[in-house]
Write a protein that binds this ligand. Structure first.
Ligand code: ARG
Length: 468
């Protein structure tokens, strides 16, 4: 079976009709049909410029423009049948124009190549959709900050090595997540700024002999500037790598938060109770309520990281300028952006419906000597060199363990004095988890006043129109 030769844009060059299986193998319309609006937008800007420059008659430019508008209208109304047998969305739209306008339609491709066309459409698509993703991220930051405000005084253990380390608050922990996500949104902003260049006018790789007006096309499409070099314009996909990296970093951040949630939802921790709508059961164990959504967000970091590796490997060693390999770029990046966007929606839903077990969190601070560093710093404040204070408190902890006590404050002042004479009765006021948290009021710290400042700063950042 062969494909109808007249259907393909390059049919004039080859005698034989393309083999159907081979044609299908190289077709990309299943993926790049998402660029339809962008392809129409860039074609409209291109034909308007061709008309204004006298490269095609004004009348032809008008006819092409209204046919492109018709195609878009039909697409929006759901009445346009995208021919999935077309090679790609660019070929499809050109063949529609030719079917509707005959030879006038055949003028649309003057002075352009699919090489500059596809990358322009891709960039336009990203300029229009990545800001939506940034909104998703910012919505997650906002939600975390709201929850942090509610739990600015909710004491919980902070962990290192998954061992209880020092008391913090749930608010402090949630702001730690929010701070990472705010940086994630910044990475997308940065990438958007760099990709804001218009490739059209670069042709296949070496521009055109026709007197194209690149500046007019750039302005009509709302790009900040034209691409600086026509070969770079058609060959470069570092903008895709950058976005895929931003997506992989963000999905990896989400995977860490989700790991915390999975742990906290366990019987062992019991710090969080996920709402039933955001949990699943087991097909065999009737008692189970599983944090599948958190696990899946964590699991999906694998494919988002995989997409980044795909994009980097795709470009590694690829000779200049365009090669068909580059067609693989969209599937990988679309998947990363889609996966990240849906992960954010699910993450927000999960956090919004979660209940926090404040009693369990606070009780977990009563074992594990989370106040040990505070005791050592008490001695430092009284003049003891820190290393000596560390040794003294380590001795106290050993003492407590041998007596079966779980807190430093369980020892008498007399017993404490055997470790250091600097201990006075005021030490007992310093060792409750609440006081430990309140005394850590340095910028960035867990005290309610410090966390409030962090929340205000992050709120300001996510409300700025640009993350710069
Ligand atoms: N579908 C192609 C892509 O996504 C369009 C460019 C094709 N150019 C070419 N010379 N075959 O990259």
């Amino acid at each position: 079976m062969n494909v109808e030769k007249t259907k393909v844009l390059w049919g004039g060059r080859l005698d034989e009709k393309p083999e159907e299986a081979a044609f299908a193998f190289q077709a990309s319309i299943a993926t790049d049909k998402r660029l339809i609006k962008d392809d129409i937008a860039l074609s409209r800007a291109h034909v308007a410029m061709l008309g204004a420059q006298g490269i095609i008659p004004h009348k032809t430019a008008d006819l092409l423009d209204s046919a492109l508008c018709d195609i878009e209208r039909e697409f929006n109304a759901g009445s346009l049948k995208i021919d999935v047998a077309a090679e790609d969305i660019h070929s499809f739209i050109e063949s529609e124009l030719t079917a509707r306008l005959g030879d006038e339609g055949r003028r649309v491709h003057s002075g352009r190549s699919r090489n500059d066309q596809v990358v322009t459409g891709f960039r336009l698509f990203l300029k229009r959709t990545v800001p939506e993703l940034i909104c998703e991220i910012r919505a997650a930051v906002k939600l975390l900050l709201e929850r942090a405000e509610e739990h600015i005084e909710t004491i919980m253990p902070g962990y290192t090595h998954l061992q209880r380390a020092q008391p913090v608050t749930l608010g402090h922990h949630l702001v730690a997540w929010a701070a990472a996500l705010e940086r994630d949104s910044g990475r997308f902003f940065d990438a958007l700024r760099r990709l804001d260049e218009c490739p059209l006018g670069s042709g296949a790789l070496a521009g055109s002999t026709l007197k194209l007006d690149r500046e007019a096309v750039r302005a009509a499409l709302g790009f900040a500037r034209p691409c600086i070099n026509s070969m770079d314009a058609v060959a470069a996909r570092d903008f895709a790598s950058e976005l895929a990296a931003a997506a992989a970093i963000s999905q990896t951040n989400l995977s860490r938060f989700c790991e915390d949630i999975v742990l906290w939802a366990s019987e062992e921790f019991k710090f969080i109770e996920l709402s039933e709508a955001w949990s699943t059961g087991s097909s065999i164990m009737p008692q189970k309520k599983n944090p599948d959504f958190a696990e899946l967000i964590r699991g999906k970091s694998a494919r988002v990281t995989g997409n980044l590796v795909t994009l980097l490997t795709l470009q590694k060693g690829l000779p200049y300028a365009y090669n068909k390999d580059l067609q693989e770029d969209k599937e990988a990046l679309f998947d990363s952006l889609d996966t990240l966007s849906s992960s954010y929606k699910i993450f927000r839903g999960m956090i919004a419906g979660a209940k926090w077990n404040i009693k369990r969190m606070s009780a977990a601070c009563n074992e594990g000597f989370l106040e040990a560093t505070d005791a050592a710093e008490y001695l430092v404040a009284k003049g003891m060199p820190f290393r000596r204070a560390h040794e003294a408190v380590a001795g106290i902890v050993r003492d407590c363990i041998s007596r079966g006590e779980t807190r430093i404050a369980c020892l008498s002042l007399e017993a404490l004095k055997t470790h250091s004479n600097l201990f006075e009765s005021d030490i007992f006021e310093k060792l409750s988890p609440k006081v430990c948290v309140e005394s850590r009021s340095l910028p960035g710290g867990p005290s309610p006043s410090a966390v409030k400042i962090q929340i205000d700063e992050l709120k300001k950042r996510i409300n700025s129109p640009d993350a710069a």
